[in-house]
Design a binder for this molecule. Sequence first.
Ligand SMILES: C[S@@+](CC[C@H](N)C(=O)[O-])C[C@H]1O[C@@H](n2cnc3c(N)ncnc32)[C@H](O)[C@@H]1O
Length: 269
Amino acid sequence: MSPSGEKATAAGVYDWFLGGRYAREADIEAAIASQRAFPVLARTVLYNRQFLQRVVRYLVGQGGRQFLDLGSGYPSSGNVHEIAQELAPGARVVYVDHEQGTVDVGREILAGNPDATSILGDVRDPEGVLNHPEVGELLDFTEPVGVLMIAVLHFLPDTAEAARIVRRYVDHLAPGSYLAISHGTYAAGARELANQTATNETYNRQVSESAYTRTFAEIESLFAGTTLVPPGLVLATEWHPEDPAHEHDDEDEASAVLAGGVGRVDPRG
Ligand SMILES: C[S@@+](CC[C@H](N)C(=O)[O-])C[C@H]1O[C@@H](n2cnc3c(N)ncnc32)[C@H](O)[C@@H]1O
């Protein structure tokens, strides 16, 4: 909490790591404290953002023209609509976040873009999101939709409940749709794990949404109803790296704490 009594938000803290255009005092303090506890955190945030961008390019390459971005955050450069609409003009994007500030900024930026919008919604309320009038106006769920849950599910404390929530979205999607998830995970080594626990504690003390780290097996359970596309659930840096010469760096702590994968919605059985 800042001296003004304000609590930081996940959206503001994340924004600070990406350049900090919209972060407020409480966000900046929480971000700096988390960065002290886990000094490579800024790099993890960057890796997450790069994963998101690679996923959107991949999905457009698979013919994807509709995106539902849940827990979208403040619009940063290289956002989903910029990438998708550059590659596929007319691609439709709905951003959803529970932070009013991100929605206000998003709507300002997207005014004049008939194919993208930003709405207030809670990822834990799939029916509320899916039945939102603006979602219905922009997205046609009889056709494939790419649902993005990038760095948002680690704000849901209970894994079984998180899996039930994700499944309600998946069950609403046409076969051939995709679900992309990135999620905080455990670093391989004990030293990193100790750092990570300290970071979570620091973050959760100051930020209104607490973050929960999950194992690979727990994260994989969130993909029920889909089949993971190769290479499966991996460290996010290792998912379709842009550089063909990319080699995983075992020493890179920032990479070791973020898992990412994309599942293709199975045909109805
Ligand atoms: C770490 S940021 C990730 C932003 C973006 N998805 C990305 O990866 O670049 C997490 C975002 O999820 C939002 N969020 C957290 N819990 C949420 C919930 N229950 N419903 C909707 N949004 C939520 C936060 O407000 C924040 O903007």
